[in-house]
Each structure stands twice: as structure tokens, then as C-alpha cells.
Design a protein around this ligand. Structure first.
Ligand code: SAM
Length: 279
């Protein structure tokens, strides 16, 4: 338990997918003036130094963010995220990578709040240091699944929950569906984004079926694959379930993911955007 450290993976293709979509969701929430609350259940360090030995070990960012951050032909839907990556690396060398808390911090407005929970004490301490002096942020050392009960619904009654599990325990897909149900019971109008790895097709069909049968409506499924379906050597792809996405997000995501699939994996890349349950 808690052997997972995101420093090894920061900026890989899965981060690119998740963070580009997260930035679009937050931009969508900012279209209305009323403040929102961003809840990140598995927050990680906040931001990452890519020269760290753990990031250098497998250099996962080389096949992720490094492939796209300087592309001049990226679609407009990617710019909210790309602008942040570029602002953090002003001298043209890719040295820093924004985690989900940093992205939310840079996109939120003065009245928007953030709740960040992280269970690993070392990573929690690093996150707290990275957010030091920032107003409107709670950084808590807590199981992210408990954060759903302790912090939902937010006082603002508007918000986005990101559930970005490290999938280091058996039974995580079941836990995710329970978490979706719980979050929906407590905060039915909230936007929720849940990251997951693409496993074998039968496991994915079970996951989709249990989400479909959960009783929760407006579930959009987004996936990006960088390897074929029978690939077993490493993560072949990943997905994001988004509940209650802002208006127009499905259309934006379609273009964004199609472009990323080609940019990150010209030979094997593919993407999927599908309403699992509509209105
Ligand atoms: C995939 S990483 C998060 C990355 C981050 N959301 C981002 O996009 O930058 C998952 C994080 O969850 C932490 N973690 C693992 N189990 C947890 C739990 N039950 N509750 C909260 N955090 C947990 C891990 O220590 C790790 O930092």
C-alpha cells in the first residue's frame, strides 16, 4: 500500500490526457461567475521537477508531454493546459510539470476554493509546501475516498471532483463505482472526473456495465490508447469518466483526444468519446 509515487510517471501520456481534459473542465466551470470548489481526492505533489532521478529513471515524460508541449499545430482545446506547461518552462527546456493541483491553482479565480487530499505523508508534506501561502486551499492528509464524505457537497454547491487513484490495490474498479455513487448522492449536480487505466477488455466491459447500472446519469466516457488492445508490456491506454460535463465538453474532447492520439502514438493511437448514460 502506498508504494506508488507519481514522481516516476509525471508528464507521461496518461497525465497529458487527464490534465488536458481537466483544464478544459475547469475552463468550462469558469464560464459562470458563481465560485466553485475543486476537490482533488488523490492530489500527489502538486508539481514535479522532471530532472528528479525518479522522473529520469524511465523518462516517461519523453513519450508524453515532451511530444506535444512545443507543437504549434495543437488545437485550441489544448491551450488552457499547454499555456500552463509553457509558463512553467519559459526558457524552452522542459524541466517542470504541473500536477492536477497546480493546474487547478492556475486556472481558478480568486473566489474559487480547492480541497486537496493525499494519503502518502511524504507527498502530502511536499504538496503542502508547494501550496504554502496560497489562499483558499485546504491540503489534507486523508484517504481520498473519505474526502468525498467529509467535503461533499461543498458550500458553493458548484464544483469539480477529480478522483485520480494510483490503482495500487485490488478491487479499485469496484471502489470507483461505489465512490461515483456516493459522490452523486451527496452532490448530484457536481462535475466528477474519474481516471482509470485500460485493462483487459473484459474488465473494461464489467466496469462500464456497473457504471451504467449505477443509477447515475450524464456519464461521459473518454479514452486514449497508445498501444493495441493486446499490448501487455506497459499501460496501453487510459480513460476518464466525466459525470455532468459542462455544455459542449464532449465535442471539445473529441477533437482534443483525436489530436493527442496522433501526436503521442502516430502508429497505434486511438481515442473514444461516448456517452455511457445520457440525460
Ligand atoms: C496518480 S497520483 C495523483 C496525481 C495527481 N492527481 C495529478 O494528476 O497530478 C495518485 C496519488 O494518490 C495517492 N494515494 C494513493 N492512495 C490514496 C488514497 N486512498 N487517498 C488519497 N491519496 C492516495 C498516491 O500517494 C499518489 O500521490
Amino acid at each position: 500500500m502506498l508504494a506508488y509515487r507519481h514522481q516516476f510517471h509525471a508528464g507521461n501520456f496518461a497525465d497529458v490526457m487527464k490534465h488536458a481534459l481537466l483544464a478544459r473542465l475547469l475552463v468550462g466551470l469558469s464560464r459562470k461567475d458563481a465560485p466553485y470548489c475543486y476537490v482533488d481526492t488523490h492530489a500527489g505533489l502538486g508539481r514535479y521537477d522532471l530532472s528528479h532521478p525518479w522522473s529520469q529513471k524511465n523518462a516517461e515524460h519523453a513519450s508524453g508531454v515532451a511530444q506535444v508541449w512545443q507543437r504549434s499545430d495543437a488545437p485550441a482545446e489544448l491551450s488552457a493546459w499547454l499555456d500552463i506547461v509553457r509558463a512553467m518552462n519559459p526558457n524552452g527546456r522542459l524541466e517542470h510539470y504541473p500536477g492536477s493541483p497546480e493546474i487547478a491553482q492556475r486556472l481558478r479565480r480568486a473566489a474559487d476554493r480547492m480541497v486537496l487530499s493525499e494519503l502518502n505523508p511524504t507527498d502530502h508534506a511536499a504538496l503542502k509546501a508547494n501550496m504554502a501561502g496560497v489562499r483558499g486551499v485546504s491540503v489534507i492528509l486523508q484517504d481520498g475516498y473519505k474526502t468525498l464524505s467529509s467535503h461533499l457537497p461543498p458550500a458553493e454547491r458548484r464544483g469539480l471532483v477529480l478522483l485520480d487513484s494510483s490503482f495500487d490495490r485490488a478491487g479499485e474498479f469496484t471502489r470507483l463505482v461505489q465512490a461515483v455513487r456516493l459522490a452523486h448522492e451527496r452532490f448530484a449536480t457536481g462535475v466528477m472526473a474519474v481516471w482509470y487505466p485500460l485493462m483487459d477488455p473484459s474488465a473494461m466491459r464489467r466496469f462500464e456495465r456497473s457504471l451504467h447500472d449505477s443509477g447515475v446519469r450524464r456519464i461521459l466516457l473518454l479514452e486514449l490508447s497508445v498501444h493495441p488492445e493486446d499490448w501487455r508490456e506497459s499501460l496501453r491506454g487510459c480513460g476518464l469518466i466525466v459525470i455532468n460535463p459542462p455544455y459542449g465538453f464532449d465535442r471539445e474532447a473529441r477533437g482534443l483526444l483525436a489530436w493527442l492520439a496522433t501526436a503521442l502514438a502516430p502508429d497505434a493511437g486511438s481515442s473514444r468519446v461516448q456517452w455511457l448514460v445520457s440525460e
